[in-house]
Design a protein around this ligand. Sequence first.
Ligand code: IMP
Ligand code: MG
Length: 174
Amino acid sequence: MEIKEILFNEHAIADKVKELAARISNDYAGKDLVLVCILKGAAVFTADLMRALSIPIELDFVRAASYGRSTVSSRVITITKDIDTDIKGRHVLLVDGIIDTGDTLSYLLKRYAERNPASLKAVVLLDKKARRIIDIPLAYQGFEIPDKFVVGYGMDYGEKHRNLPYIAVITSQA
Ligand code: IMP
Ligand code: MG
């Protein structure tokens, strides 16, 4: 595996995170907001995003693993760690690093809607729109990216490269 092209450097990411944080701070002003970080990919994005918010929040984590080919909509999503927070009547914002087919987010949105939050929305940094199978209303979206495999800023290839400070396309994913 080789880094082929840097799509977004640290500065571009930081600017986008600030922009998203400003919108979220404005929209949720005076509201009881729970940020739910979708592990592991959203760890870096969440850490930066929440520090750029000007409003108080609570933070929780969910770990969703998916099995099966991502091009098939019948992929199985498994929760290996769920949130501990009681979200009933609270404003919940799911945070993900990248949306691809939409399977993971659609599963989580359904799962948490059943717990009767006051509101339930999602923010994603990267949107691989061309690959979407399930149409999901995204409240906040950072960058739209082409159908290429990316790593860095939390995103991995075989659990590696999450720590790269930039987002890059890799050459081979075989
Ligand atoms: P979805 O359920 O198909 O939307 O896939 C979302 C998950 O697939 C993300 O949270 C990532 O963990 C993973 N994923 C999809 N595309 C990429 C990529 O280009 N690089 C790294 N991980 C990816
Ligand atoms: Mg991964």
